[in-house]
Design a protein around this ligand. Structure first.
Ligand code: SAH
Length: 376
């Protein structure tokens, strides 16, 4: 198979990685993914517009304005549950084109006391997307600042992250000849990037999964232990009452399988073909993320399938009202909402997880009886 490193069309990052691998040996899949997305110069999320019809993929807020509007009202209810603090910080991790936040703030105007208490912080590392966010949010009537990291604050915080966790580096293990081996990226005989097993640069903090008795040769296990520990520690370090909503594609229970996927121009691509030029993601293991959050003392609500979550927040009612108010756009509004809810698609493949500090009530939209698991 033609790979990037030796091919004439090799990307600059492919050439850098091939040189590094030739000198130092294979790198873990997590190190490969990290470089592809976050390399300071050539990383995909350092430069590409990524989202939308002219980008590589489409996300829920780009499909329907109702998504961001419901999240804006969700934030308003959480603020009420927090005791209506005079200042509340709304943080969005990886805000894309700013569409979700623009829709959320427009909906939040319906709760004036919340709207005037809110300030917004957008955590983003991509200058192209920061420019898009600024343009999208010019009419916002709340203070907005940008940050390249999640930083502590004195105000209670509500954190939103849609399709952010799936960009975090995932490590892979492959079950071969009775034991787990790290999966990495090396070079094949013609110098092309190729997947290898037993690479030496695995992170010592990542441990292979238990219960190998039930595994078959070739099974792949993925873990984001390092990245989840990093981001849940940052949430805990905020040091203020915090409620967070993570929505992403993934699975509610741990599962085996290689889910690393590259997307370029709205088509699936070979993850090794064009490092730095394709989006690279993997399914989110919500049980693992919830466990990491609980380790930091948080409560978790869910995970709940996106269709169920949006249904409980009132997507049908909201979409119906919008359709009645905009008959010319009724079909478009209906098809957008249906796409977010579709049982075989985003409605069941995406999940919502609520994370909150001790002392806060169960978060809106989650079932308080069966899904709330407390910190140890
Ligand atoms: N939430 C948006 C975009 C999802 S794509 C939506 O739903 O449309 C992932 C987003 O995370 C992009 O905005 C990307 O630039 C950003 N991102 C990726 N890695 C990041 C990091 N380490 N810190 C902050 N933002 C990051």
């Amino acid at each position: 198979m033609s790979r990037a490193a030796g091919a004439s069309g090799a990307t600059p990052l492919a050439r850098l990685l091939a040189a590094r691998i030739a000198a130092e040996g294979p790198i873990g899949v997590d190190a490969y993914m990290q470089a592809c997305l976050q390399h300071p110069v050539h990383g995909y999320y350092r430069k590409h517009a990524a989202i939308g019809a002219g980008g590589d993929f489409v996300t829920a807020p780009e499909i329907s304005q109702v998504f961001g509007e419901l999240i804006g009202l969700w934030c308003a209810i959480v603020w009420q549950q927090m005791g209506r603090p005079g200042n509340v910080r709304i943080v969005e991790l990886g805000p894309g084109r700013g569409t979700l936040m623009a829709d959320a703030l427009r909906a939040a105007r319906r709760v004036p006391a919340f709207h005037s208490a809110a300030s917004v912080e957008l955590v983003e590392i991509n200058p192209t997307l920061i420019a898009a966010q600024r343009a999208c949010l010019t009419d916002a009537a709340v203070p907005i600042r940008w940050s390249d990291d999640l930083r502590p604050s004195s105000a209670p915080s509500i954190v939103i992250a849609n399709e952010f966790l799936d960009t975090l580096a995932v490590a892979q293990w492959v079950f071969r000849d009775g034991r787990w081996r790290t999966r990495g990226v090396g070079l094949d005989a013609s110098g092309e990037l190729a997947f290898v097993e037993d690479c030496s640069s695995d992170e010592p903090s990542l441990s292979p999964p238990p219960n190998i008795a039930t595994c078959s040769d070739g099974d792949i296990f993925e873990t984001r232990a390092a990245a989840f520990a990093h981001w849940t520690a940052k949430l805990a370090a905020l040091g203020v009452p915090t409620a967070a909503l993570f929505i992403d594609y993934g699975h509610g229970q741990p599962a085996l399988g290689d889910t690393l996927q590259a997307v370029h121009g709205h088509r699936y691509d070979d993850p090794l073909r064009a490092p730095g030029e394709s989006d690279l993601t993997a399914q989110v293991d919500f049980a693992a993320f919830a466990a990491a959050a609980r380790d930091r003392g948080f409560y978790c609500d869910g995970p709940l399938a996106q269709g169920e979550f949006l249904g409980r927040l009132g997507i049908v009612e909201r979409a119906s009202r919008l359709m009645a108010a905009n008959p010319a756009k009724a079909l478009e509004i209906e098809s957008g909402a249906l796409r977010l809810m579709s049982p075989g698609g985003m409605g069941s493949r995406f999940y919502a997880l609520g994370v909150s500090s001790k002392g806060l009530a169960p978060l809106p939209g989650f079932d308080r009886v069966d899904s709330r698991v407390g910190a140890p």
